[in-house]
Write a protein that binds this ligand. Sequence first.
Ligand code: ADP
Ligand code: MG
Length: 350
Amino acid sequence: MIVEKLLGWFSVDMGIDLGTCNTLVCVRGEGIVLNEPSVVAVRKGTNKVLKNGTAVGSAAKEMLGKTPGTISAIRPMKDGVISDFDVTEAMLAYFIRKVTGRSRLFAPRVVIAVPSGITAVERKAVFESAARAGARRVYLIEEPMAAAMGAGLPVGEPTASMIVDIGGGTTDVAIISLAGMVTCESIRVAGDEFDEAIIAHMKKHYGLMIGEQTAERIKVEIGSAAPLDKETTMDVRGRNMVSGLPQKVVVGSEEIREALLEPVGQIVDTVIRTLENAEAELSADLVDNGIVLAGGGALLRGLPRVIEERTGLSVRVADDPLTCVARGTAIYLENLEEWKGTMDSDVDDG
Ligand code: ADP
Ligand code: MG
């Protein structure tokens, strides 16, 4: 006990949000110290991580879609499952070392928020990767739980809280009460799917090929789920599919909204399904408590309104939705003794 306390003083305890798009690291007492894309550059064919400073994070993301023949930039967590254990381990190790690099004397305790849909084998792999990367202790917490904590929801109380975390690869819809997830559904429809819908729209209506990064820019700049006060347009550049040459077209926010209808609808349907399957007592709580949105996808304009209209419940976006999970891991870290063993999601204690 006392030894643990002393070790805590001399080591950096950190919480990690291992997201499908972005990885964030929170250090106890310092807040968020790292926020980088969950991207790794590898040698094509071998999946060997490049051995230089550009292999992981922001530098690697800039390579997405622009890599020469021998290199590819991959997102190992893309679908909320671990597609490649070695690459995921390299990424996790890189981020942990980058933070402990400025380190103190002892190895850190690490809390990692993992996608709710990952298998026991994948959990074990994350756990062992962190241990190999130098963690003294590793705790795993499920992302929706961390998101709810970061959003300031009363997760420990005997009242239902509903969190909808719309990330890049997955949307998690969970109802939490008494420090446990009563229900949780995860679908592979989130921000990436919005981007893909925009890519398909540009192909179909303009014969224009655009990359993922361009699609994401369109979404962030003019994308919406409900009518805007002031509809806008945007210049989009890509490659004409017929001539093969670079081309510029002007697209409007209405047509992009139309393109996003399908994936937005799938997310709303999942929220409704979860509500329909909830116990009556939990439903009763949610009438008062409403729904909270987290994750980058929550920033899509008009999304809270659409969910509000379809469910009849009040919906709000958490403060700083992109950092909710990371801040949740930090809260968990601060209350480790209290939470440890009380949550059904944290048990893998070294
Ligand atoms: P993950 O937890 O899966 O890593 P994040 O919560 O970091 O995902 O969210 C990333 C997603 O949020 C991406 O698809 C990104 O395009 C999207 N996003 C970020 N900002 C906005 C915005 N302003 N409007 C719409 N989508 C956004
Ligand atoms: Mg996330």
